[in-house]
Design a protein around this ligand. Sequence first.
Ligand SMILES: Cc1cc2nc3c(=O)[nH]c(=O)nc-3n(C[C@H](O)[C@H](O)[C@H](O)COP(=O)(O)OP(=O)(O)OC[C@H]3O[C@@H](n4cnc5c(N)ncnc54)[C@H](O)[C@@H]3O)c2cc1C
Length: 394
Amino acid sequence: MITISDKANCSGCSACYAVCPQHCITMRPDEEGFLYPSVDINLCINCGACDKVCPLRKPFIVDEEKTSAFAVQNKNESIRMQSASGGAFSAFAAVVLNKGGIVFGGCFDKDFNVCHDSVATIDDLKRLRCSKYVQSDMGNTFSKVKALLKEGRLVLFSGTPCQVEGLNSFLKRKYDNLITLDLVCHGTPSPGLWKKYLAWNSIEEKSPITYVSFRDKHFGYAGSTMAIGFENGKTKYQSLAIQFFKYTFFQDLNSRPSCFKCHFKTIHRNADITLYDCWHINAFDKSMDDDRGTTMVLLHTDKGENLFNETKPFIRFCKADVDKAIELDGIMATQCPSPNPKRRQFFKDANELTFEQLINKYYPLSIKKRFIQCLKPIMHKLGVLNHLKRFISK
Ligand SMILES: Cc1cc2nc3c(=O)[nH]c(=O)nc-3n(C[C@H](O)[C@H](O)[C@H](O)COP(=O)(O)OP(=O)(O)OC[C@H]3O[C@@H](n4cnc5c(N)ncnc54)[C@H](O)[C@@H]3O)c2cc1C
């Protein structure tokens, strides 16, 4: 029976929940708002399936070590602007959907909680587009994927590396009709904290939330902001300088404990394809440097290469040296972030303080930050934001 003595040893992938023959595991939020398995001991028959399936309790072995890299931009500019990076995910997904396949990925539910869901049409694909920097609730995703694979349907599953490894472990065998795509992942912030943050925004604005984008390119890719739209017609555009939720993410205050000891940090992967941000496109092809976003695509398998070849009519791309691509922008492919020393206190405060007090304690809005936010549109217009971001990230 699965027990979690050290939270760093559970990524919340939900493979144990999906595999249980007794359906006696539920995924429940802890005091930090992350989901963990909880076993109903009255129903458990101690079969050990949950322990065996956990990808964090077995050696992580990568089957093939042959990775190639390409910097990619979706030719459809509207899709690229809606995507976190260059819209490569949408290009891959569209090819799969056009063949009658099903695509799984992270999306918002009607209340803007982040969960995994599937889409079968190009029109619905917009639900999965763009990163949501919150750990997604997998629900019954793994069982749904398995059922579709057994029916012979083509499936593209996308998610974080721990979700892809969880799925592979749950499926136990390889399926020719399954393509997996993972992300270079900094970590996954708390769904519980996200819920509180949404509620606070809605109260502040006295209006329900109708739209969220974690990567709005209003001020370009380099100056990407978070946008929150309200029923009253207002939209808040907030850069990192004043964006509390993203700030606490990048300060490593709000990610899951397992993210700081991630088991799946490697360049070569079992996923067929890996995606991440290519901020330094100018180092690979200056003509593609237009501040609208580029995805770095790593292809690990023949399946990944084949899908990439089919996607070529819909993308602009250039080949990249893998080591250079990792060194410039993909360091999180191989390294874990370190937890902020204030992390434990932060979550304690998140439960005890009002949200206003939490913000004021961890990220007060100083005049300097407001000034930087005001400067952003000007720097974007002058075309210097792009260069400044690269300079800072060096
Ligand atoms: C939690 C998280 C952390 C990330 N950390 C980094 C990082 O440190 N460095 C970096 O370069 N890139 C990171 N990325 C990846 C980056 O943000 C882009 O998703 C990636 O470059 C692909 O961009 P795109 O424009 O091709 O496609 P997009 O349309 O932007 O990508 C959408 C993809 O993200 C998936 N997705 C969205 N939200 C979630 C979620 N909550 N959980 C699982 N999957 C989700 C969708 O299923 C889809 O596959 C992260 C993404 C996520 C979701």
